[in-house]
Design a protein around this ligand. Structure first.
Ligand SMILES: NC(=O)c1ccc[n+]([C@@H]2O[C@H](COP(=O)([O-])OP(=O)(O)OC[C@H]3O[C@@H](n4cnc5c(N)ncnc54)[C@H](O)[C@@H]3O)[C@@H](O)[C@H]2O)c1
Length: 343
């Protein structure tokens, strides 16, 4: 594995400066001492310039290839739309850059294999943006599992509820599985260490934007995942929760149960004439800010030291296989085996 030695921060280029990219750019520029934001690339006119200027990055470009050719760039963070991810990973690896890619790393298993192969051939670090692995509750549950304190996992649950307000015309088919629930599929694997999924049975519908059902929109879904150690996982998502952004998880094992996430913004409880209430979280960047920072800290550490990445290309492929099986299961109206999913 190619590593960056010495005490200098890792020079990073950000590719894609939209909502997620802006947060990652700020993390690289200001929140992680081990990283230095060198360049920003985004084809939207003015977007890279604006973010680079705000964050003090030296270079901005509308062409990601310019950042990949930059000798000061040792690593890239890809936060472009999903359909560009696999090609960008391949191009970055071919240029010898370490790669952090937002999820999903690819939209087909063939593209996932291409990305994994390119990083392997170049000997560069490849990490994927499964940030929930870095959230404190989930890390703590995984530690309990590794210590054996939960016993054998039997039932796993992972829930994602977005706050709504999405534009249905900008939701490509399969989004609920390969962009939203892909986090939950990775989480189910993370909470069942060493086991792999074998079969997926999904049901889904347009319950938020019902007018879009005939155009193939799916905004609400439940997916049952059977694992090779017998455990049964349930992943569920809905694009609209009236109370905000909500991510929760649970493992029921032979020795006990761990629950993760409670949707509260703080521990404060307000008591008034009408009763008691708590404030809820309103966005992913509010709930998971420290996980987003921790995943990039782990990435730059891996680039500097060769430490293993906690969510690599094979994890991206495994979660994608569940997503593709789930989409197929909805279409076919039956359970789908993971080994049936086309590459
Ligand atoms: N891990 C998470 O929880 C999380 C949360 C939100 C988004 N994401 C992921 O981050 C990625 C970006 O999402 P977003 O919400 O920031 O989208 P966005 O639409 O806000 O931003 C995407 C940006 O990429 C730019 N872009 C388009 N084509 C490009 C290309 N070929 N090369 C470089 N840049 C290009 C666009 O101009 C835009 O500025 C998606 O893959 C999404 O799934 C992850």
């Amino acid at each position: 594995m190619r590593v960056v030695t010495g005490g200098e921060p890792v020079g990073v280029a950000l590719i894609g400066s939209g909502r997620m990219g802006s947060f990652h750019g700020e993390t690289l520029a200001r929140r992680i001492p081990g990283a230095r934001l060198v360049a920003v690339a985004d084809p939207a006119p003015g977007a890279a310039e604006r973010l680079a200027a705000a964050l003090g990055a030296e270079r901005a470009s509308t062409d990601p290839a310019e950042a990949l050719a930059d000798p000061a760039v040792e690593a890239v963070v890809i936060a472009a739309p999903a359909r560009f991810h696999a090609d960008l990973v391949v191009a970055a690896a071919a240029a010898g850059k370490a790669v952090f890619c937002e999820k999903p790393m690819a939209l087909t298993l063939a593209d996932a294999d291409r990305a994994i192969g390119a990083a392997g051939a170049a000997g560069v670090v490849l990490q994927v943006g499964f940030n929930r692995r870095f959230a404190a509750d989930w890390e703590a549950a995984r530690a309990l599992l590794e210590e054996g304190r939960l016993g054998t996992p039997r039932l796993l649950r992972s829930v994602t509820r977005d706050p709504g307000g999405f534009d249905p015309s900008r939701v490509p088919p399969g989004t609920i599985f390969n962009e939203t629930l892909i986090h939950d599929f990775d989480t189910l694997r993370f909470l069942n260490p060493g086991a792999e999924p074998v079969q997926v049975h999904a049901t889904a519908d347009a319950l938020v934007e019902t007018d879009w059902r005939d155009r193939g929109l799916l905004d609400t879904a439940v997916v049952v995942v059977r694992f090779d150690n017998g455990a049964i996982g349930i992943a569920e998502a809905c694009f609209e929760a009236a109370y905000g952004y909500d991510v929760r998880g649970e493992v029921l094992g032979s020795q006990g149960m761990a629950t993760m996430g409670d949707g509260r913004r703080t521990g404060m409880v307000f008591s008034g004439a009408a009763g008691r209430s708590v404030e809820t979280v309103r966005s992913d960047q509010e709930l998971l800010a420290s996980a987003y920072v921790a995943e990039l800290a782990a990435f730059t550490e891996a680039v500097r030291t060769g430490a293993p990445v906690p969510a690599g290309g094979e994890d991206a492929r495994a979660a994608l296989a569940i997503a593709l099986a789930a989409a197929e299961s909805v279409g076919a109206g039956r359970p789908v085996r993971i080994d049936e999913v086309a590459t």
